[in-house]
Write a protein that binds this ligand. Sequence first.
Ligand code: ADP
Length: 739
Amino acid sequence: MDDDDVSARKGSFRKFLEHLSGAGKAIGVLTSGGDAQGMNAAVRAVVRMGIYVGAKVYFIYEGYQGMVDGGSNIVEANWESVSSILQVGGTIIGSARCKAFRTREGRLKAAGNLVQRGITNLCVIGGDGSLTGANIFRKEWSGLLKELAENGDIDREEVQKHAYLNVVGMVGSIDNDFCGTDMTIGTDSALHRIIEVVDAIMTTAQSHQRTFVLEVMGRHCGYLALVSALACGADWVFLPESPPEEGWQENMCVKLSENRARKKRLNIIIVAEGAIDTQNKPITSEQIKELVVTQLGYDTRVTILGHVQRGGTPSAFDRILASRMGVEAVVALLQATPETPACVVSLSGNQAVRLPLVECVQMTQDVQKAMDERRFKDAVRLRGRSFESNLNTYKRLAIKMPDDQIPKSNCNVAVINVGAPAAGMNAAVRSAVRVGISEGHKMFAIYDGFEGFAKGQIKEIGWADVGGWTGQGGSILGTKRTLPGKSLEAIAEQMRTHSINALLIIGGFETCDRIKQSASGTKRRVFIIETMGGYCGYLANMGGLAAGADAAYIFEEPFDIRDLQANVEHLTEKMKTTIQRGLVLRNESCSEHYTTDFIYHLYSEEGKGVFDCRKNVLGHMQQGGAPSPFDRNFGTKISARAMQWISTKLKEAQGKGKRFMTDDCVCVLGISKRNLLFQPVAQLKKETDFEHRIPKEQWWLKLRPLMKILAKYKASYEVSDPGQLEHVHHRGHEEPAAI
Ligand code: ADP
């Protein structure tokens, strides 16, 4: 990397938020409605970002109840009051349902309490109920202030000074039941809990040849049920948005027995709490169990997961999501003008966006209305493109069409794993194989990467062969790191022998699994952790964000001895306060000479008398273990999309009798901003730093200042992606979902 490159990279971080001063402003933050993992991370981000830009931030305890009651329920927060909460589930500022806030009288009291403290910016973390309440409050604000003045509770000057209330919402809900965001805060953690249970149950069900009926939360939204079904390859799923067709009882039993006939020793049926039939009558877990027992005589058990799904620590994904959203919420509040409508900050693909709160709430309510009126197709469509794509993928992968109904393509497609094994690879293979079969191709598996390919380790693979693969870690096909370079001839020979028309390669330079890291609070201690990734600092950076690290050293952002010195001094100062834990991440190849040992010794020496240090090299444990729900689904969906793309290309080629290769025949599929993108390898070549095996532009570098800001550094943060308000409806459904 040359110097220009380095300064350009460093320079891009230096765009300060100077034009966005929070001086003289006060922000109130509250959590309301059902709690969700990750709410604390959101609160932390709001408090720290607020303080960072010079605003005052107030905790409002116990949701709207605290706002109505005032007094000690509204307390100014400081930097340290949100220390060590990132990894804690639930919400430390409490959540409650509040009847009083539903009345104007209650809201009048609440307004009085806010004005008293000069709070005219509100950040509400909750579900659609809470956000609706916030919007009503905002609309009534000037009227409420007038009334307070008439009652003599506040004077005219205060009415003028606090004339507008800015409202920004973040959706905290494990159900992912809110339109306008791909993921609500808490959903991914809930999925983690569910998948842990499903994995555990699958082992016992396997031993006893049992059928398990698993009930998951979601009274009005089938997201958790659908995605867990995708992530564990369930036999059947019941959702409120997409009730089973008439006669489902028989169809389901046929499917279960077919699967058993394929030597599957267990069945998993997932039921959303609010599952209904086409007549809107509830379908209960017990009812399903009775059906399986009487019709098939299988040993069948029901497990209702209940509140376990809300519990536990938030996942890395939720921590990062909530941190990003919290920072974005503060920026949105500071940018708000009297004309800006209340907005929700949300996630679209991989981007933070702002949407009008009213539109999101309206659409969320429209889904319910559609279900009530039995317009189920509309309900699915209104849930958004990501939900729709999940449902289509599930149907495609779970139910095999009879052979005679699949038009044959006369194409042979092979699947291969290369590079380091990564969690989610098997899910990707399963999905590719099944989608390929349903598109009429003959599917082949190649074992042991390119090395195996050259030696002819290639075999046809069928629908049932990949059953149960979603939850398995590592690579079942086997993978080798060897590049095909030397054995190209032999590989070409194998392609000819087996008449392979297309090849799906699953792997990458350094396929990154996500990292979960939570150093627990011991006495004044700094943990120095080394993460994997070759030259790619993604794990160190995102792990740092998820764990609230004080520094994360990565190759992409060069650092020198002055940076190290500044970090050590910063940490030493910090540890002199009530904060007792420090976390420093170091990507394995971030620097040739500033090794993990060096950094460990430096911090140990400089921190003498203030803190002690521990170091830990995470090593291969990062690649091990069962894949997370995100990786299972991502693997599944991205691979299904890749297979469809291959089919289209094969069809095009057949039509034209084309036998030569063009650049756009060799693509890498990835997610870019909001969409899945097929990028020709030839083009990627230009965008890749081959020496270090990383892309020249890394999207996540943009999130780097976030970690620093939240760790109290003077870093700059580029204001949100587009920054402006968008519309829910304008995000066309014809566009395919990103993830
Ligand atoms: P969620 O936010 O998870 O959807 P609720 O619907 O129970 O949960 O709402 C939480 C709280 O938000 C309620 O207890 C109430 O205080 C407030 N709230 C909900 N809907 C309204 C509304 N229409 N008007 C005023 N406040 C509301």
